[in-house]
Structures are given as structure tokens and as C-alpha cells.
Write a protein that binds this ligand. Structure first.
Ligand code: PLP
Length: 355
């Protein structure tokens, strides 16, 4: 039998989470954000399952072409715009919409032989990508009178919509409203956190990412309370159960020393698969349906677990690292990261099994 580790993907959970997003969106269109290979879930699987999304968002032309090759006909947005002028021609041919954020990208428009369909990225306070409001307005007039580009929308991104203090987000929402109120332009501001927490941030199109995959964008509200279901269950099996003696040191560095005779299980999953190496001892692992603590250091291909509370565990017992029964958000918090990173880091060697 092959190595038992796999990422099981639930199309039903994904579709449910999309309906939750749709429910929050009111009359706004919903762009499903599928960059980074659908947050590690497989962009093709996500796009096929979410055939009722109004559009898709990706980070590069390669990601966009993957969707087109998979038969996706809906509008696809390049959220970081074009990286070289050659991409404008490819985008025009495949009906991809570039979200332009810099002067150098505007210069590419003049260097291209095809007119582009674009949105402009406006900086409303995140200070990462985007034009200042005055420059954005100027560009709209300039580009509208040139034949180089058709500007159909303006987008901005929220930096702090996941926090409980709403002030910074309200400043961004107001800045966005003001800068975009003139003209028949389409407007988009909200990520998952903005979509759930700020109805006034919906505008014409919302852009959920993480919530589609069943994780909460908020540190203080869990996914289940938002009606979200885990899409990915990273599951494996116990490949060894040892009866260790009192004083036995387990794993690299001998960090864990058995305080008494005890069963120690080894799970086929490690940081080489995307399990966070910084997950500390005590991080929960689901073995045969029961939570047991991680012990010792995470290895490349394995982790060790304390089986004292689950004496029925055997070689071959099912293990869940995160997903159904064990929220990825909880594991992420233990490891000092966010579920976004856990999902993106699931290594290509881990087979994705869709159901
Ligand atoms: C990634 C991304 C999103 C989705 O953000 P989530 O927090 O995952 O909902 C939305 N908009 C842009 C521009 C993004 O890059």
C-alpha cells in the first residue's frame, strides 16, 4: 500500500461555503479567489465546483491559463495586474482582466499592440499596492480617452477587516466610497472578513478567499459559528505504535522524555508535506477520532503522538492532522500562523482526493 497521507477535498463543503458567501453578498457579484492553486486545494477542482461564481481571482497569468485550460469561461481577474507587456496580448486573447496598480503597468499598456480590459487598484490605506485617489481618477480620464485600455472597475483591498476594532476599516470604506462615487465604474473592496463583517463594503463585487475553504478570517470567531465547513481534511495513518519506557527520549533532539511507560504513535506526515514544523508539543492530532497531543519535534516525514489516552490506537488507525473534526484554524494558531499558510504549504507530493 502507498503512503497513507492525503488531502481529502469536499466539493460539498466548498459549495456550502460559497452559498454562505453568496448569502452575505446581497446583490453584489461574487468573485471566488483561487490564487495559489486555490489556496492549495487545486484551482481546477475549486473552479469546477464553484461553477456558479460570477468570476475568479488569481495572482498570475499562468494561474489564469490553468483555469481557461480547465474549461472555465467566466471572467478571470489578474489581481496583481501584468508583469510584462507580453501578458497583455495573452490576457486579451483569453479574456483576462488585469488589475493595474503601478505606473510601470500603465506604461506597458502603451507598449502593447492589443487594447486591454483593466481595473485600477486604488490604495485606500493598506499601502501595499495601488494608486492614490487623485492619480486613480486622472488615470480613468486619461485611459478612457485613449484606445489602449478599457477601464471597467476600481478595486481596493482591506488591511484590517479581520480585527475587532472597526476604525481602520471604516476609514478605508469611506475613502473607497469617496474616490469611486463618480462614473459608471464597477467597484470591489471586500475580502472574506470585509464581506462578513461590513455589509457597507460589498459594493458591486465581493472577493472571498479563505472563507470558501472553510476557515474563519477572524482570530476570535470560529469557522463553525460562521456556518463554514472544512473543505480540506489532511489525513493519514499511524505507521508505528511503540511501547516506550520511562525515560525514553522521542525524536530529534530528544525533546520529549517519556515520564512513564507509554505508547507512542508515529504518523506519516511531516513538514515535508506541509505540516508546520513549529507546531509545539501538545498540538492536537486526531487519532481514531480522539484528540491526542503531538510530542517531540516535527520531522520531515513524520510526527510522534502521545497515545496514553487512546490505548485502542493501532498501526493503521486513521489520523486527521486538520479538517473534519479538527479545525485548521486551531492548528494554525498553535503553530503561530494562519490557516491560509497551512493550506498553501501542503506539498505537491500529497495526493489530493476529491469527493
Ligand atoms: C487574496 C485576496 C482576496 C481574498 O482574501 P481572503 O482574506 O482570503 O478572503 C481578496 N482580494 C485580493 C485582492 C486578494 O489578493
Amino acid at each position: 500500500m502507498s503512503r497513507p497521507l492525503r488531502a481529502r477535498l469536499s466539493a460539498r463543503a466548498l459549495a456550502t461555503n460559497f452559498s454562505v458567501a453568496r448569502g452575505h453578498a446581497g446583490s453584489a457579484q461574487v468573485m471566488a479567489v483561487v490564487k495559489a492553486n486555490g489556496y492549495g486545494h487545486g484551482a481546477e477542482f475549486v473552479a469546477r465546483t464553484l461553477h456558479n461564481a460570477d468570476s475568479f481571482g488569481v495572482a498570475s497569468i499562468e494561474e489564469a491559463l490553468t483555469l481557461r485550460e480547465a474549461g472555465v469561461r467566466k471572467p478571470v481577474y489578474l489581481l496583481e495586474g501584468f508583469f510584462e507587456s507580453r501578458e497583455i496580448t495573452v490576457a486579451a486573447r483569453h479574456g483576462l482582466i488585469g488589475v493595474l496598480h503601478s505606473e510601470s503597468q500603465i506604461e506597458m499598456l502603451t507598449a502593447s499592440d492589443r487594447p486591454a480590459q483593466i481595473w485600477l487598484k486604488l490604495d485606500t490605506g493598506m499601502h501595499r499596492l495601488g494608486f492614490e485617489a487623485t492619480r486613480c481618477a486622472g488615470l480613468r480620464t486619461e485611459l478612457e480617452s485613449s484606445a489602449r485600455a478599457q477601464v471597467t472597475g476600481v478595486m481596493s483591498h482591506l488591511a484590517r477587516a479581520d480585527e475587532s476594532d472597526p476604525r481602520a476599516t471604516q476609514v478605508q470604506i469611506n475613502a473607497f466610497s469617496q474616490a469611486t462615487e463618480s462614473g459608471r465604474i464597477r467597484r470591489s473592496l471586500a475580502n472574506s472578513a470585509g464581506l462578513i463583517a461590513y455589509p457597507e463594503a460589498r459594493f458591486d463585487c465581493v472577493r472571498p478567499g479563505i472563507m470558501l475553504y472553510g476557515s474563519s478570517p477572524f482570530a476570535l470567531r470560529d469557522a463553525a459559528s460562521l456556518g463554514l465547513l472544512p473543505v480540506m481534511t489532511l489525513e493519514s495513518e499511524l505507521i508505528s505504535v511503540r511501547a516506550c519506557r520511562k525515560g525514553d527520549a522521542v525524536g530529534y533532539g530528544g525533546d520529549f522524555v517519556c515520564p512513564e511507560p507509554m505508547p507512542v504513535g508515529v504518523v506519516a506526515c511531516g513538514y515535508g508535506d506541509g505540516y508546520p514544523r513549529h507546531a509545539p508539543p501538545g498540538t492536537p492530532v486526531l487519532v481514531a477520532g480522539s484528540r491526542v497531543p503531538l510530542i517531540g519535534r516535527v520531522s520531515m516525514d513524520m510526527i510522534s503522538v502521545d497515545l496514553r489516552s487512546t490505548p485502542k490506537a493501532r498501526v493503521g488507525s486513521r489520523v486527521v492532522l486538520w479538517g473534519e473534526g479538527l479545525p485548521a484554524d486551531e492548528i494554525a494558531a498553535r503553530a503561530g500562523t494562519i490557516a491560509y499558510e497551512l493550506f498553501c504549504n501542503v506539498n505537491p507530493r500529497v495526493p489530493r482526493v476529491t469527493m
